[in-house]
Ligand binder design. Structure first.
Ligand code: NDP
Ligand SMILES: O=C(O)C1=N[C@H](C(=O)O)C[C@H](O)C1
Length: 269
């Protein structure tokens, strides 16, 4: 039985992960961590997640539960994820990271840690979005770099989301740019305002909507004169991400080290 710990246990994803682990075969929740000093420390993780008592007390630090788990699932914030990464690297624990908004240096730290521990890092753990990555690669190659198609990535999320564009939207842009031989760093345009002039042919535009309780919508639009193609994914429950993260955890169980993503887990490479 894979013993899993969850950090950010009181967060939107943390609570959903507790529920998903409880439903999974071959995995059990053995530790759950909230912010140090939180009034929730000592409460039951299952009761917090609304799935009934699990007998797992919320802890204020990973060090306190060091011997209680084999793999950590972390959906928190970049700085917290990096602290948890250092802990897992030192303690030889496997790690599934869903946190988005990591900068280039932070991503390089994940790559470095993967020399010692096994990691899955993915901006979106849903099967549907990962299938969309594949479809986008096919679409971009078929339409071609000089095919006259303008490419825009449009995403919508709930009002609480703190990073933009979403990690998923950025990955969609990367997948398309890579397939077309473009460099996203130089061709991305984030939002538009004022006298922008006409659109350039090779830019990839990103538009962000933040509103209400939207779980996560992503569309990539390929538009030319006479037609538009849209590849869209809409998440209606966070359980789709949580189930994907638990699937990644179980897949990682026999991997000694290395950095993987959901394309590896789902055999989509
Ligand atoms: N890869 C994927 O499939 C998905 C990724 N995400 C990403 O996951 C991340 C979390 O999203 P979401 O759950 O909505 O965000 P929340 O803000 O609801 O949850 C983040 C949690 O981390 C906690 N936290 C902050 N600091 C610490 C700390 N030092 N120790 C322990 N816990 C801490 C927060 O506590 P507090 O509430 O006290 O601040 C909070 O409970 C985001 O980056 C989001 O983009 C989200 C969905 C899917
Ligand atoms: O913060 C969220 O909620 C989500 N974040 C991820 C992202 O930034 O891509 C994935 C999902 O869309 C939900």
């Amino acid at each position: 039985m894979l013993r899993i710990a969850v950090t950010g246990a009181a967060g939107r994803m943390g609570k959903t992960l507790i529920e998903a682990i409880q439903q999974a075969e071959g995995a059990e929740l053995t530790a759950a961590i909230v912010e140090p000093g939180s009034s929730l420390v000592g409460a039951d993780a299952g009761e917090l997640a609304g799935v009934g008592k699990l007998g797992v007390k919320l802890s204020g630090s990973l060090a306190e539960v060091k011997d209680d788990f084999d793999l950590l699932i972390d959906f928190t914030a970049p700085e917290v994820t990096l602290q948890n990464l250092a802990f897992c690297e030192a303690a030889g624990k496997k790690l599934v990271v869903g946190t988005t908004g990591l900068d280039t240096d932070q991503k390089a730290r994940l790559q470095q840690a993967a020399e010692r521990i096994a990691l899955v890092f993915a901006p979106n753990m849903s099967v549907g979005v990962n299938l969309c990555f594949k479809l986008l690669e096919i679409a971009a190659r078929a339409l071609g770099d000089d095919g006259g198609y303008d490419i825009e990535v449009i995403e919508a999320h709930h009002r609480h989301k703190v990073d933009a564009p979403s990690g998923t939207a950025l990955r969609m842009g990367e997948v398309v740019a890579d397939a077309l031989g473009r460099d996203l760093k130089t061709c991305a345009v984030y939002g538009r305002e004022g006298q922008t002039g006409p659109r350039s042919a090779k830019e990839i535009g990103f538009e962000t909507i933040r509103a209400g309780d939207v779980v996560g919508d992503h569309t990539v639009l390929f538009a030319t004169e006479g037609e538009r193609i849209e590849i869209t994914h809409k998440a209606s429950s966070r359980m789709t991400f949580a189930k994907g993260a638990v699937r990644a955890a179980l897949w990682l169980a026999d991997k000694p080290q290395g950095l993987f993503d959901m394309q590896d887990v789902l055999n989509l490479k």
